[in-house]
Ligand binder design. Structure first.
Ligand code: ATP
Length: 363
């Protein structure tokens, strides 16, 4: 059977474990040997016991856990040729020529570079006597398939990334929890949620919690928003509402590119309206806790599809990433999606919001 290596890279997200489990199990079903590569590219470069054979049993009981049990890391060496040579050597000694990468756009880019370089890497390893002729022949091609794990839902080409739904649940639970105490004391709460370039969590979180106001990076409010916001909060109170909830995505800015922060909004409300106003920064709470049913199933379906895609891969097919389209797990070209995602980030940096939103939409 073929050998598959699976690893998680970049920021962790809930549902990654379910994806890893599905890769191991679909691999086993198809007669492949699957290896966990621990700590992302770092484990691939370090080798040794960072690359261990996966078993049915060791992939049990992990679906329920947040984060990634096989570890994730950022790895400087993999950005260098020597690092990638070392990584290739470690894979070849184990005959691993199929990789499943679960990470963000950086991790997927790294995998694609690795695949494009593969022929030259293995030639160098052979010339340097680091691999045998037999190993060289067995490992002529490298196949890669990606899945996107990210709570931000900031990747182009998929309706949802693994982890977003759970992060939304965390936000919703937090707002619900805070609402009871806010209501008792007639307070206003300003919650900072994650999303540096992408306001998805803040926007959908606000819709799901009846928030009074939301700030997202893609939509800087009109000048004079301070007055509008205060009027809105007052109007809510006049209808008998005892609390106010405002969500601020961490990358929010005004029309002049100045950051809008939770504490700034707090100061505004306290000074103008004299409401008792508190700030909560949700931070890593959003990345924590057990994955939602949606993320478990999403990871499972994507993981299974990833292995099927590896089995279908040929040396000439461009690498793919597994994405969710409606309710189907489908294969889309990896580099096209990565490039579009990077274009969105560039457009956001240039404050070209219309372009960013257009690029994010389906083509
Ligand atoms: P997140 O969205 O959570 O930040 P990411 O996958 O985009 O996830 P990065 O830090 O960009 O996170 O990338 C993770 C790792 O992937 C890097 O530490 C590095 O080892 C590898 N990597 C990223 N870009 C490249 C590249 N251009 N060449 C080689 N390796 C890369």
């Amino acid at each position: 059977g073929r050998c598959i290596g699976v690893f998680t890279s970049g920021g962790d997200s809930q549902g990654m474990n379910s994806a890893v489990r599905a890769v191991v199990r679909m691999g086993s079903y198809l007669g492949c040997k699957t290896y966990y590569i621990r700590e992302g590219y770092q484990g691939m470069v370090d080798g040794g016991d960072h690359i261990v054979e996966a078993t049915w049993a060791s992939s049990s009981g992990i679906m329920q856990l947040g984060g990634t049990v096989i570890g994730s890391a950022r790895c400087k060496e993999f950005r260098t040729l020597e690092g990638r040579l070392q990584a290739a050597e470690n894979l070849i000694h184990r005959r691993i020529t199929n990789l499943v990468v679960i990470g963000g756009d950086g991790s997927l880019t790294g995998a694609n570079i690795f695949r494009q370089e593969w022929a030259s890497l293995i030639q160098q390893l052979l010339d340097q006597g680091r691999i045998s002729k037999e190993e060289f022949k067995d490992c002529e091609y490298l196949n890669i398939v990606g899945m996107v794990g990210s709570i931000d839902n900031d990747f182009c080409g998929t309706d949802m990334t693994i982890g977003t739904d759970t992060a939304l649940h965390r936000i919703m639970e937090s707002v619900d929890t805070i609402s009871t105490t806010a209501s008792s004391h007639q307070r206003a709460f300003v919650l900072e949620v994650m999303g540096r370039h992408c306001g998805y969590l803040a926007l959908v979180g606000a819709l799901a919690t009846e928030a009074d106001w939301v700030f997202i990076p893609e939509w800087p409010p009109e000048d004079g928003w301070e007055d509008t916001l205060c009027k809105k909060l007052q109007a809510e109170r006049e209808t008998g509402q005892r609390l106010n909830v405002i969500l601020v995505a961490e990358g929010s800015i005004d029309r002049h590119g100045q950051p809008i922060t939770a504490s700034q909004v707090q100061n505004l409300i306290t000074s103008r309206l004299k409401y008792d106003t508190r700030v909560t920064v949700l931070g890593h709470v959003q990345r924590g806790g057990s994955p939602s049913a949606f993320d478990r199933i999403l990871g499972a379906r994507m993981g299974a599809e990833a292995v099927l895609a590896l089995m279908d891969a040929t040396p000439d097919t461009p690498a793919c990433v597994i994405s969710l389209d409606g309710n189907q797990a489908v294969r889309v070209p990896l580099m096209e999606c990565v490039e579009r995602t990077q274009q969105v980030q560039k457009a956001m940096d240039q404050k070209n919001f219309e372009e960013a939103v257009r690029l994010r939409g389906k083509s």
